[in-house]
Design a protein around this ligand. Sequence first.
Ligand SMILES: *Cc1c(COP(=O)(O)O)cnc(C)c1O
Length: 465
Amino acid sequence: MSRALRALPSVDVVLRSGAAEPLIDRHGRGEATRAVREEIDRLRQAVRRGAAVPRADTVAELALAALEASGRSGLRPVFNLTGTVLHTNLGRALLAEEAIEAATAAMRGALALEFDLGTGGRGERDEHVRELLRELTGAEDATIVNNNAAAVLLVLNTLGAGREAVVSRGELIEIGGAFRMPDIMARAGVRLVEIGTTNRTHLKDYVAAVGPETGLMLKVHTSNYRIEGFTREVSARDLARLAAERRVALINDLGSGTLVELARYGLKHEPTVREAVAEGADIVTFSGDKLLGGPQAGFIVGRKDLVAAINRNPMKRALRVDKLRLAALEATLRLYRDPDRLAARLPTLRLLARPEAEIAALAERLLEPVARHVGPTFQVEVVSCRSQIGSGALPLEQIPSEALSFRSKAGGGALNRLAAGLRALDVPVIGRISEGALLLDLRCLEDEAGFLASLSGFRLEEGGP
Ligand SMILES: *Cc1c(COP(=O)(O)O)cnc(C)c1O
């Protein structure tokens, strides 16, 4: 044993071996030395347990592999074949090429972010998207913050701090990621007044609750669930009338919100921001990276005096949007000026509206090569499935799609090992397991060649059937 341990090559010897050259070349002498030392420590344990003594070259190769693996970013691109188009855990909306170009230019050079090119004086950072938002929503004014959660927080704090906010019990939702309406209201400093019941809230409930202490009424689009059956909610139009009469602000948190009529693209109608503004809400809030298809952002549109007050709140500075996203947002919003070409240019809409026949043809093309790559342990076939929009938008809407389905001929944990093998690819492939099969929903697969290239590195994880 001690002779074996003494035979382990030293750090010096490993670094002078031929295989150490690429290691030092790529990572520098300091990193290489550290990695080799760690590798030798690890191998010493292995030798104690009876493993053979490795050669210096082998140690250098192992150190190189370890460095390359740890150097790979955790923020890796993946193929989202989960069937959820706006997958929050996979980064939600994919940006349009126009938005990517704008963000890239904003990263590379200086830009007139808060600079008025006409006068040479100071400009406003939000000005770049303010006009576009007014035009696309019909609102008097608009401002932008980090995300819609921030928008709700900022609006509540500005218009309701120290006062009461009236909300229907049916709309006190949890969005996920610890965003619960009652908690956000508490942090915003407003006193929550719950009215009605979970399934039914009437106008008379609002009428009874609004009093001298009321700062605002909040309507929340229950984007991620639906109560069916014996239900009643009060329309935004009726609430707007009451709010105007009692001189309190009506806030409508639309959640996803969309700037276009989705029915036009074969999807179900979702309230548009323009409709919400026209119904008379004083302020409407919505997200940038849900159905809108842009970068993460929160939009606040509505009455000019209220938007001005929101902009004066010191919290606004803490929640502001950076130049990259502003550039991408402006480019994304511009695409909405040309609705005829929107579905072709905006990936979110393009993927949601992608014809099933096109997805089916892709599935047929992929069936044979994919089956070959994953090997004979699995029975692979093309099946019909249902995609979802995701991110709480139209939660019950199911869009017909096509998937590659994998069933294990070996049973047991084979499907989990298949899923793990797909996640271990150079560009990991993320599917979903449903009813004893692993499904790869092909709705969001546009880079067919890249997918096959990545799949060629497939290995079934250790302990395979
Ligand atoms: C998604 C959502 C939010 C939060 O929006 P983010 O952009 O994710 O911060 C707030 N309210 C509703 C109703 C939502 O659906």
